[in-house]
Design a protein around this ligand. Sequence first.
Ligand code: F6R
Length: 623
Amino acid sequence: MCGIVGYLGSNHAAPVLLSKLRVLEYRGYDSAGVAVIESGRLNVLKAVGKLSNLETLLQKERPSATVGIGHTRWATHGSPTDENAHPHINASGTLAIVHNGIIENYSELKADLIAKGYVFRSDTDTEVAAHLLSHEVEKDGDVLAAILRTVSQMSGAYALGIVSQNSPDRIYAVNHHYSLTVGLGENESFLASDSAAVRQYTNKILRLAQSEIAEIRADGVRLFSFDGAESSREPVAVEASAYKIDKEGYKHFLLKEINEQPLVLRQTLSKYLSGADKQVNFNVDSFSPDIEGMYGVKMTDEEIRSIDRVQIVACGTAYHAGMVGKYVIEELCGIPVEVDIASEVRGRKLLGNERTLSIAVSQSGETADTLAAVKDAISNGSFTLGITNRPDSHLAQLTQNLIVTECGIEVSVAATKTYAAQLICFYLLAIYLAEKRGSITPERARQLKVGLNQLPGVVEQILGREEEYRRESLKLADAQDVVFIGRGFNYPTALEGALKLKELSYIHASGYAAGELKHGPIAVLDSSVPVITVLVPGKVYEKTLSNAQESRARNARMVAICVDGDETAPKTFDYFFRIPAVEELLSPIVTVVPMQLMSYFVADYLGKDVDQPRNLAKSVTVE
Ligand code: F6R
């Protein structure tokens, strides 16, 4: 979480920092700030809340500096206040630090610094780094040497951006098991924790290695390992694709991204299911030249046949995609699949061996818990496969096999289009593995591919029902508690529907396996509670309907996500979100869309911050 940016060159730093922070605001929006060096003096400007507050402050103050660092915060240590906002400075106000990650031994370091007379103004671990660095700089005035001594005392995974009056013509960047990218322009340099915020300005980038320090000047960069040894690496040229933040006429990014799903599905399908023979093929050219060669499923057919177990690790929405993945892989490949919430793998023994395929799903590719689980899988000797929207992420670097969802940047904090893309990748992967293992007939594979290719059109039809869905959704806006139920392939859909509703509207919602309702959760039902039921034709239709009837018998407000022409549903349900029928196995891609729209309409009606819900961040880089 949190985003770091930096600039030095001949232009005013503040507008550049601001525009880069805008790209990174998805990483947190509790506060934002910049530290610039103006005529040799450090000037720190910060504001609690959205970036727009910092923008107003910068417009008022108009700093003319050409060197600076900036930060957008998602609070970990200390509440979102001015004092806790970054950048953090030392006692004399001569150096400033922005920080991403956690300094794990900050309590001991803080106690030691307090004993030495340092006074702390914030509750953050970052301020510890500021005072510690200052303490080290005072020894000989050499900022780089002081950084080396500072990092040798700190533990944890973190990234830092540093400016100091002692070296007013440079920025220092420290990367320790995090992500930082330096961009090199014409006599100007850039720094950001997401390469998208560098690519706005230059196509020459240098990703910092796992434990590396960069001394950045306007005309170049020097790289040092934590033991002080200097190394050199040429920057790589990447597509200077401008990162566009454009709602394209939609009221919110979320609504735009929900509406982009047909396009996303088409693009992903055309990338991985192309060619006259319509074989699934993940080994395709990367759209990011700097990571060329990393794409695809590299396992040999023999290795694929050797797999006797699949494990999937992910968090949040990606975990729900993983649950669908489990059902689909088990169905088509006949391999046992476990799905784990990645944070639940921490402190536990992740079982696996060289016959295990360990799949990590992460939109950002930077979720700390997911990355930690992948490292466990690597140490087990398992095959690893990443499904991510960010080919430049840590996850992409860690995993042997990589499938990239073709979504473009998802700006809205709540995941929608990336979920659709993750699902489609799971279907394609399951078919790919099943064909290699001979666990499905060619006819079944063909039938599924035809079904997959129809999905973008079906989702388009659903999106055409927006107005109808809006009317039904608003009938639910007064609810305090909402229950979502589904079975089989659509149990994860129920979980995802509940997650979308609560994170967007702040209404309490829970998703349950429909058959589990009677084992306890049914106690919460009364006439005020909507029960949203995913009811699609297939193996579990009748049983799901029975569970819905049990809820109706408790006077719950019954809402169905059901298919066109279902004549049975009206006997049990009061409200309807109708969808076209598709094969049950493929239906999760379709059934989730009314839920996304429902959550959006309710949240917007209640006046919630749809694109940046409170307390959330898009990239969760702390454990
Ligand atoms: C929900 C949402 C989160 C993420 C979760 C994992 O709408 O966006 O639950 O799915 O934080 O993030 P990634 O996929 O980046 O690992």
